[in-house]
Design a protein around this ligand. Structure first.
Ligand code: PLP
Length: 399
């Protein structure tokens, strides 16, 4: 028996069995559905994308994988150069890994060792946000604050190394005042907190965070695993406020293969780059910089730029805002729209029950959770398809 994610296997309903996929569509034996979740927010270029298929097939015909220890290859070199141009500021030093969770682990390790290398061994604390989600590995669960993951708290109690605050400037200032000289980093999902409930907040909070991080000499980490590649309506939130470390995942490889990157700026990199072997970053996932993943990521960035995906995302946001304008219902707490994300938060958890089947019957794949019905569509979606997704969400309340 297979372990399915986040499920009580004994009572879960049968998963939909996908047999084919193309563009925004997933095909089962007897249905065709728009993937309104983009395979957990990663498939932004559509399924069976010709260019991505071609790049991966070309690479398979050369070699699928070689280790990065003592070896390098063209796909990783090209991707590294591409990211250097694509990312803002001096975020020029990528460390590759196989998943978003690991990218965050690496960022947290970098931030801690950044100070260890400088002899500041007291900076062991991390500031994080309420409702944060940064992955499912142990340290990412500690900096996370999702109700679903509280079993860590049950087992260990609250970590004394992590402080959580709301996205309010007062709380931010208080936290720096209190812990500023003990913190190595402040980690956030910038502007849009995904798995914690599609919560959206204002850029002014991040601008103030940048100032305080500079003032107190704390590293600012943006976990853009979900927000990167246009999801908030910005290419990266890092285009607006520049972090010291950015984590990329999900859409980095267009939903084709799991891969991620932790990209540091020069200041961070320089604390590791010297003659002392103990200052090296001791991390090395077996499949880091997998050539197939790098090839797909390179083609993905090319598509994103050449086919002007930011324009597509702007159009998607406009249609979503138009569809959701004034939409309300007694069962609804709030409707939120940002970039390529729409969230309907209901007042009572049981008011999302049955939505997945309801959507399936209308040809839309959705995965509501806790109190949230949401969409994060592939950017290649047509206007009609997008309106269909929006209407399916609205019709659920108008039954
Ligand atoms: C999905 C996600 C992760 C974890 O990525 P995985 O590839 O699932 O390990 C980390 N941070 C954020 C913000 C995410 O949305």
């Amino acid at each position: 028996m297979i372990w399915y994610p986040y499920e009580q296997l004994k009572t879960m309903k049968d998963p939909y069995k996908v047999v084919d996929a193309k563009g925004v569509y997933l095909y089962t034996e007897d249905n065709k559905m728009i993937d309104s979740v983009s395979s957990w927010w990663s498939n932004i270029y559509g399924y069976k994308n010709e260019r991505l298929n071609e790049s991966i097939i070309n690479q398979v015909n050369k070699f699928s994988h070689v280790m990065l220890g003592g070896i390098t290859h063209e796909p990783v070199e090209t991707l590294s150069n591409k990211l250097k141009e694509f990312l803002p500021g001096d975020l020029d030093y990528p460390f590759f890994s196989d998943s978003g969770s690991v990218a965050v682990e690496v960022a947290l390790k970098m931030a801690l060792q950044f100070y260890m290398n400088k002899g500041e061994e007291d900076r062991t604390m991390i500031l994080a946000l309420n409702h944060a989600y940064h992955g499912d590995t142990f340290k990412t669960m500690e900096v996370g604050d999702d109700e679903d993951y509280h079993f860590v708290l049950k087992a260990y109690g609250k970590s004394k190394y992590v402080v959580h605050i709301p996205t309010e400037i007062d709380a931010l200032e208080d936290a720096f005042d209190k812990y500023g000289d003990k913190l190595n980093s402040f980690i956030v999902e910038p502007l849009l907190q995904g798995a914690g409930g599609m919560r959206m907040y204002d850029i002014s909070f991040l601008e103030r965070a940048r100032e305080l991080c500079d003032e107190y000499n704390v590293l600012l980490i943006f976990d853009e695993v979900a927000t990167g590649f246009g999801r908030t309506g910005n290419r990266f939130v890092a285009d607006l406020v520049l972090p010291d470390i950015i984590c990329l995942g999900k859409a980095l490889t267009g939903g084709y293969i799991g891969h991620a990157a932790t990209v540091a700026n020069k200041k961070v990199f320089d604390a590791f780059y010297d003659d002392d072997p103990t200052h090296a970053l001791m991390h090395g996932p077996t499949f880091m910089a997998n050539p197939l993943a790098c090839s797909v990521a390179i083609s993905g960035i090319e598509i994103f730029e050449e086919e002007n995906f930011m324009e597509k995302i702007k159009r998607i946001e406009e249609i979503q805002r138009e569809e959701m304008a004034g939409f309300t219902h007694p069962k609804i707490e709030e409707v939120r729209v940002m970039g390529g994300c729409v969230c309907i938060e209901v007042k009572d958890e049981k008011d999302i029950r049955g939505f997945q089947e309801f959507a399936y019957k209308r040809g839309v794949f959705a995965r509501p959770f806790i109190k949230y019905i949401y969409s994060m569509v592939p950017y290649v979606i047509s206007e009609d398809e997008l309106r269909k997704v929006m209407r399916t969400m609205k019709e659920w309340f108008e039954r």
